[in-house]
Design a protein around this ligand. Structure first.
Ligand code: HEM
Length: 420
């Protein structure tokens, strides 16, 4: 997705806005649409040709209200537009598609292994993935950062989940197929077939992984789910499989696009890159601005459980609402100069990781991995230059790229062979 609102003609016709269309997000200017909606129709109803409808929520305050209030807005009927009005078989089983109290109990359990303290204790797991990504930036040749970044989270979540490394490349592809089935770069047959294949293979895969453990929990996230007790009872096989799916998807489809979007922003703002290099204490703020700037999880959905007023609209019970996080993170009522990439932005209360009870459970892991990566890049790479055309991902769920050729210019003495 393009990070700027500068549509060529500058005009947005609100009657024909189609935020459902995956190609608006790859070829169009969603930021221009969101800006117009925030100003003129902050809670905006869209009807699809097949009659299904959803509301788009674009202002920060409304977004936080919807995400925070699980009583008025449930997650159990599904949270992605791709499954609008079709129901969610994982509802009440997968953490992301559960409401309290089930959600709270599952969440407390996973928090124990994904808290900042817990992931910091395992930070060594991140060293190899970081070096694998940085290495091709040190040989002076052109490389596709989108491809490198796509492997990055798989490289650590694979270890955290105890999955064999030989399976990682296929898992990386399947997770992108699940969120961008319309993108030709990842299609296997038609879009519906691509989606079905991705879901089927991923669920089969985790089912087999679980069966292979034969009831004996391993020292990894899958083992942790096997030992989790809700009201004294273990999770059933299906629930563990759904939550494995959610963990791998959560990591794989988001993190890469903050990497590429942040690098793009730093190429566009060489002063900012020089500032972080000169002062490593700016790394954390730079990552936060990268998260706000890229907002890779573009929307999450909820269904209203009763009639609710939001801004000046009434949303009827049962209606679907898509909360556009990328829009909330550019809300001019909350962020000064929202279209300026500012690594010293304070405060920076972005909601790229969501808000309220479902706030990303992997946020500490994502932050640590991004900080370690940026620190390593700053230490070894003098600058990164564009080396070809950027291609954007066709997905209404993930804001990202499929191709981003770049060339790294290493610092004196930084050489791939010295990394291992
Ligand atoms: C830059 C990286 C990431 C971004 C931008 C991101 C974004 C988000 C957002 C916006 C939500 C809220 C969903 C909702 O409100 O319905 C969420 C939830 C979640 N994320 Fe992440 N995520 C990232 C990394 C990760 C990682 C590394 C993992 C795996 C360890 C992960 C796993 C999850 C899970 C399981 C949930 C559901 C949490 C719940 O329902 O309580 N995410 N993420």
């Amino acid at each position: 997705m393009r990070m700027s609102p500068n549509a060529p003609d500058g005009q947005v016709d609100l009657d024909s806005v189609d935020l459902f269309d995956p190609f608006l997000h790859s070829e169009g200017h969603p930021h221009a649409v969101w800006r117009a909606l925030r100003a003129e129709a902050p809670v905006h109803r869209q009807q699809l040709p097949d009659g299904r409808q959803f509301w788009s929520v674009t202002r920060y305050a409304d977004a936080c209200r919807v995400l925070r209030d699980h009583e008025d807005f449930t997650s159990e009927r599904g949270t992605l537009l791709s499954a609008l009005d079709v129901g969610d078989p994982a509802g009440g089983k997968m953490m992301a598609a559960s409401d309290p109290p089930h959600h709270t109990m599952l969440r407390e359990s996973l928090n124990r292994v994904l808290s900042a303290r817990a992931v910091n204790a395992r930070r060594n797991t991140l060293l190899k993935p970081v070096d694998r990504l940085v290495e091709p930036l040190l040989n002076g040749e052109s490389t596709d950062l989108a491809v490198l970044a796509a492997d990055f989270p798989m490289d650590f979540i694979g270890t955290f989940m105890g999955l064999p490394e030989s399976d990682w490349p296929r898992l990386t592809k399947l997770t992108t197929m699940a969120v961008a089935p319309h993108d030709p770069a990842f299609q296997e047959g038609s879009a519906p077939l691509t989606l079905v294949t991705a879901h089927h293979e991923l669920f089969e895969y985790f089912s087999e992984q679980l069966a292979a453990r034969d009831g004996t929990p391993t020292d990894d996230l899958i083992g942790h789910l096997m030992q989790t007790r809700i009201d004294g009872k273990p999770l059933d096989h299906e629930s563990i499989v759904y939550n494995c799916y959610s963990l791998i998807l959560g990591a794989n489809v988001t993190t890469p696009h903050t990497v590429t979007g942040l690098v793009q922003a730093l190429m566009d703002h060489p002063d900012a890159y020089r500032a972080v290099v000169a002062d490593p204490s700016l790394v954390a703020g730079c990552v936060e601005e990268g998260l706000r700037w890229t907002s890779p999880a573009s929307h999450f959905m909820r269904y209203a459980t009763q009639d609710v007023r939001l801004s000046d609209s009434t949303v009827k019970a049962g209606s679907a609402l898509a909360v556009w996080l990328g829009s909330a993170n550019r809300d001019e009522d909350v962020f000064a100069d929202p279209y300026t990439f500012d690594i010293t932005r304070r405060p920076n209360r972005h909601i790229a990781f969501g808000f309220g009870p479902h706030y990303c459970v992997g946020a500490a892991l994502a932050r640590l991995s991004l900080r370690m990566l940026l620190e390593r890049v700053c230490a070894l790479v003098e600058r990164i230059e564009p080396a070809g055309e950027v291609r954007h991902l066709a997905s209404n769920f993930v804001a990202g790229v499929t191709s981003m050729p770049v060339r790294g210019v290493p610092r004196d003495g930084a050489h791939p062979a010295r990394l291992s």
